[in-house]
Design a protein around this ligand. Structure first.
Ligand SMILES: [Zn+2]
Length: 297
């Protein structure tokens, strides 16, 4: 039987095509790539049920990385008996998410629950720290883990035959829009990201699956555009960071800079709201400031 890949739209914050999870069915085995945040857990549950694969049947969950919009509901799947495959650097934060949760709480404050929901610890025996190049059997095929830092040090791109699930290291591209690099703190690293882009370009795959959002078939064009824009954003930030401007001063300027780019490509209204929701400007400001800070010390 041919494997099936199905994109599940988690309808994050009421926006369609903003945050995805993916069902992968190989032979009679069902896996999930990404879980979305816990705040969209009911949507995930309903979508899996509607696809004929209720959550109880999912025994393997592959996470691109541990940010809330990708991994926030992993603990619920683990509690139902699934094994969670994660980068070795992410494992301890899933066992004890208090550091992750508390630092996010300082940023999001009262919005924490509505944006992300709850995050509870995962029992160590339900976690599998996955090495670079490791192959995990799935049905009559396998998932291959490619460590791909740049967006986060704990990032994995998962290859399933000729499909590659690229999490955030493959950028955000919504509908017919442009590809943009989500640059959150604390470990955006432009050089590492460029190396990961090269790694992805050299894989024998035909499709990329973006968590934000969906399928890309023009892989080289997409990844070249991502690399160019990542460098452009980082270079835009450099003189402002060096001048000693604060994040509060830079954010409106960066928002205007990226808005101009979106408008130029006809991305307005709800389409722009999808981009802002998947990749808020203030977040990339914080991440890129930290990147230049780390390069200085
Ligand atoms: Zn992320």
């Amino acid at each position: 039987m041919k494997p099936i890949i199905q994109t599940l739209d988690l309808n994050f914050q009421g926006h369609s095509e903003t945050v995805a999870a993916f069902l992968v069915v190989s032979n009679d085995e069902v896996a999930l790539v990404e879980t979305g945040p816990h705040s969209t857990f009911e949507t995930l549950k309903t979508a899996c049920q509607a696809a004929g694969h209720p959550l109880e049947t999912i025994k393997k969950v592959f996470l691109s990385h541990i940010h809330f919009d990708h991994a926030g509901a992993a603990w619920t799947l683990a509690a139902m008996g699934a094994t969670i495959y994660v980068h070795p650097f992410g494992e301890k934060h899933l066992i004890d998410p208090s550091k992750l949760y508390n630092s996010a709480r300082q940023i999001y404050k009262d919005e924490m629950d509505t944006l992300w929901g709850k995050m509870e610890g995962i029992a160590p025996e339900r976690l599998h720290a996955t090495q670079h190049g490791e192959k995990i059997p799935l049905g009559n095929s396998e998932m291959i883990a490619w460590h791909t830092p740049g967006h986060a040090v704990h990032h994995i791109a998962w290859q399933f035959e000729q499909d590659l699930f690229v999490g955030d290291v493959g950028g955000c591209k919504i509908g017919t829009g442009i590809v943009v690099p989500p640059c959150p703190p604390p470990d955006v690293d432009v050089e590492a990201w460029v190396e990961s882009i090269l790694l992805m370009k050299n894989l024998p795959v035909k499709r990329l699956h973006l968590t934000h959002f969906g399928q890309v078939t023009q892989i080289k064009k997409h990844l070249n555009q991502l690399e160019r824009r990542l460098k452009r954003w980082a270079n835009w930030m450099k003189p402002r960071y060096e001048k000693g401007l604060t994040a509060n001063e830079i954010t409106p300027q960066f928002q205007a800079f990226t808005d101009r780019e979106l408008t130029r490509y006809g991305i307005v209204g709800e389409h722009k709201a999808q981009y802002d929701s998947a990749n808020p400007a203030w977040m990339s400001v914080m991440g890129l400031m930290r990147y230049w800070h780390k390069k200085k010390i």
